[in-house]
Design a protein around this ligand. Structure first.
Ligand SMILES: [Zn+2]
Length: 289
């Protein structure tokens, strides 16, 4: 029997993340006190910050003092979290000096008062973890994750949306929270597609509907044709589809990540309008019944 080529993995092949395997350091973010909320809560993991010309006092102000806003799963609402001092896992000696290399753990606790006991605070924990290498700081972890936080603050109208929209929206948020820009755009575009398809399904029951003509139209023409059946915010922002497509085919990861929060917000508002329209029609139907 002939020898077959075998691929054998050794322990050395399964390498821990090191300098060479980390994402490229080409798009570092500014590190400023005004950005504290962004850095600790909003930015996806694997975001990098330049600490060049950043003094230790500023680092301490951002990592050890002040408050952040985040969703608290215990209170089930948006809460103010107070930053605490060093924990034993933090890589610093006395809470005032950060080592040049190593991990920095940020810990904050929910300050919301228990409604049944004004003395007691919720004290649920929020963590963000960074790895510092000299002048470079890399966000490597967050708990609860950005996706959990985003889902937590979505209002009731969104939670009532059909499973398919929530699933696609959740995938977009989850991918963004893990530092994936272009992939998160794909899921937002799928929601856009689904909304237009939903309107098309409703229109195709009409006697003068011509499927062949519809299929040949460009997306903005389809939206114009389905005008009255679509949320008006979607009609007004028909160019958003072109932007999402551009994101998938032409924009790079950095551009997609920068634009994602705004595009996500636009899609979220369109979905809310869809929900409000349905609710309104149900109320009118009930009145006329
Ligand atoms: Zn809480």
């Amino acid at each position: 029997m002939k020898n077959r080529c075998q691929i054998v993995f050794t322990r050395n092949d399964i390498r821990k993340p090191d300098n060479n395997l980390l994402p490229l350091r080409i798009n570092m973010k500014r590190f400023e006190l005004s950005e504290q909320q962004e850095i600790l809560v909003e930015d996806p993991i694997y975001t990098e910050y330049s600490l060049e010309n950043v003094d230790e006092d500023l680092l301490k102000s951002i990592m050890r003092a002040g408050t952040i806003d985040a969703y608290c799963s215990n209170c089930e609402s948006l809460s103010v979290f107070q930053l605490k001092g060093d924990e034993k896992h933090a890589f610093c000696n006395n809470n005032s000096i950060f080592e040049n290399y190593g991990l920095i753990t940020v810990n904050a606790i929910c300050t919301r008062k228990n409604i049944y006991d004004v003395i007691e605070e919720c004290e649920n924990n929020f963590y963000a973890i960074f790895r510092r290498e000299g002048d470079v700081l890399l966000k490597i972890g967050q708990h609860p994750s950005k996706a959990d936080l985003d889902f937590g603050v979505l209002d009731e109208s969104f939670k009532e949306l059909p499973k398919q929209y929530r699933k696609e929206f959740g995938s977009a948020i989850g991918l963004f929270a893990h530092g994936v820009g272009i992939g998160s755009f794909v899921y937002l575009r799928r929601i856009f597609d689904k909304l237009v398809n939903e309107a098309k399904e409703a229109a195709s029951g009409q006697p003068d509907w011509n499927e062949e003509v519809y299929n040949k139209l460009r997306m903005n023409e389809k939206i114009r044709m389905l005008d009255v059946l679509l949320p008006q915010r979607l009609v007004q922002s028909a160019h958003l589809y072109g932007f999402l497509s551009k994101g998938i085919h032409e924009l790079d990861e950095k551009e997609c990540k920068e634009k994602f929060p705004l595009v996500k917000q636009a899609i979220q508002l369109i979905l809310k309008e869809r929900h409000a329209n349905k609710e309104f029609h149900q109320i009118i139907y009930n009145i006329n019944r």
